[in-house]
Design a binder for this molecule. Structure first.
Ligand code: SF4
Length: 455
């Protein structure tokens, strides 16, 4: 398995694409800034959302039970899934009960996390993703590279090629309007012929047992309204106590995500329409464990706006797939090691710790602090490479002895000046992407003694 550094190196080969990826996401970040500055109470909203989520995390089980009781009273079937496997089996059993072999799905990062599409395909069920970006990555046999903009890594010409191959558009066609129209026609047929529709959940209200799904394309609504069976997959952290809190979160979500004042469709689902069946699957999959990690429980406040990705200088220049985890970018690098420390030990290091992610986060997650704390946990638990562990230990030893530190500095400056090839060579991974600085003539300590030492 390649790590973040190796995968970023592959993404970086195509420099114009990197620049375009970087600029596009920065444009969205700028739109976010404009939208945020338009409402003076922005910081108050962030603080309120953060406090509401604090309350939720402290009383999670109580709110979930309240939600379950209300949803049952509304006529909804409620299921509990401890992990991804249980989630997939529950969905499969509902499909089997209805003898259905085709399902339409709106965007749900949770089903990506559970690898639902692969599971159902292996069991002979065809899944069509109805979000345009998700459908594009599905046709390309890829996974989303961004939680809000799943195919942001793809250029319109590449999408044109995929549509030519699978949807019959003209060869070389890359006009976004024509491609979107082709997707619309293709999905219309899907909506009309599928008996089961699965949606994600953005917010679930304990007080009423209802849930809200936000999309810009209306695809979740199309799927759910036309299907005989509506299944909603929900991470247990999506709960909020009362309906009035929706006003806070809905105002924060889309401004942070795309700079829009509100999502085009924020649809409330409470009970099945007559003749319809509605199921909700409440999924843990490591969330309780994260709740128990005091330093990282705040990450469960995330409302998946993607803002931390759009602003992150590392994400913008390394692409979402370099994170080799379903949720990429800064927040993904906190969530992934909770699922598997060994596999995702590289991710908390894929950050400059500049703090831009924490500054934009609408629910005030201290993202960069948590990345820093994960680094310490991973080093202590022995999950970093030997090279990194040994060099850190050596450095600790060197800086523990002032005389040794001064000697090492002097030797280093001399070597960089007289034997630069010892440092500036291809074996040094740090040098591969950087220019070495010109060594200073003297150390700061020498300079200080000379200039300030007498005072
Ligand atoms: S961590 Fe914050 S900024 Fe990042 S996706 Fe979650 S809510 Fe948005």
């Amino acid at each position: 398995m390649k790590d973040h550094a190796a995968l970023s190196e592959e993404f970086n080969i195509d420099e114009p694409r990197v620049n375009w990826h970087d600029e596009t996401l920065w444009l969205i970040r700028q739109k976010r800034d404009k939208a945020v500055h338009g409402i003076p109470e922005w910081e108050w909203l962030r603080e309120t959302a953060s406090q509401v989520k604090n309350n939720v995390l402290s009383n999670l089980s109580a709110y979930l039970e309240q939600f379950e009781a209300n949803a049952l009273a509304n006529g909804v079937f409620v299921h509990w899934a401890a992990d991804a496997n249980e989630h997939n089996e529950i969905i499969h059993s509902i499909l089997r009960k209805h003898q259905v072999e085709r399902m339409v799905k709106s965007k749900s990062m949770l089903t990506e996390e559970c690898h639902l599409n692969d599971y159902l395909t292996e069991n002979g069920i065809e899944v069509i993703d109805s979000d345009l970006g998700e459908r594009i990555v599905q046709l390309g046999n890829e996974h989303p590279s961004h939680i809000v903009l799943p195919c942001i890594h793809k250029k319109k010409e590449e999408i044109g090629d995929l549509f030519h191959k699978y949807l019959g558009t003209a060869a070389g066609e890359s006009d976004p309007q024509i491609l979107t129209e082709a997707a619309r026609q293709h999905l219309r047929e899907t909506f009309l012929t599928r008996k089961v529709a699965l949606t994600g959940v953005n917010f679930a209200v304990a007080e009423t047992g209802e849930f809200v799904v936000c999309t810009n394309e209306g695809n979740a609504d199309m799927g759910a309204h036309l299907a005989d069976v509506h299944i909603a997959s929900m991470g247990i952290e999506k709960i909020i106590p009362e309906r009035k809190h929706l006003g806070v979160f809905l105002r924060l979500l889309t401004r942070s995500a795309t700079g829009q004042p509100i999502t085009t469709y924020s649809s409330h689902f409470k009970s099945p329409r007559q003749g319809q069946e509605m199921h909700i699957v409440l999924v843990d999959n490591g969330r309780s464990r994260q709740l128990g990690r005091e330093n990282f429980r705040n990450s469960l406040k995330c409302i998946r706006c993607g803002s931390c990705m759009n602003t992150c200088p590392v994400y913008r220049r390394s692409g979402g797939h370099s994170y080799h985890s379903v949720i990429s970018g800064p927040i993904g690098s906190i969530l992934a090691p909770n699922l598997d420390m060994k596999e995702f030990a590289d991710l908390p290091f894929a950050s400059t710790l500049c703090g831009s992610c924490s500054n934009v986060c609408p629910v005030k997650i201290d993202i960069h602090n948590q990345l820093y704390k994960w680094r310490q946990v991973l080093v202590k638990e022995g999950y970093v490479s030997n090279t990194k562990a040994i060099s850190m230990k050596t450095m600790t030893w060197v800086i523990s002895f002032p005389a040794l530190f001064a000697f090492a500095g002097k030797t280093g400056r001399w070597a960089m000046k007289n034997l630069p090839f010892l440092v500036n060579n291809k074996l040094n991974p740090w040098y591969k992407a950087r220019e070495m600085p010109v060594p200073p003539k003297e150390s700061f300590r020498d300079w200080y003694v000379k200039n300030r030492g007498q005072k």
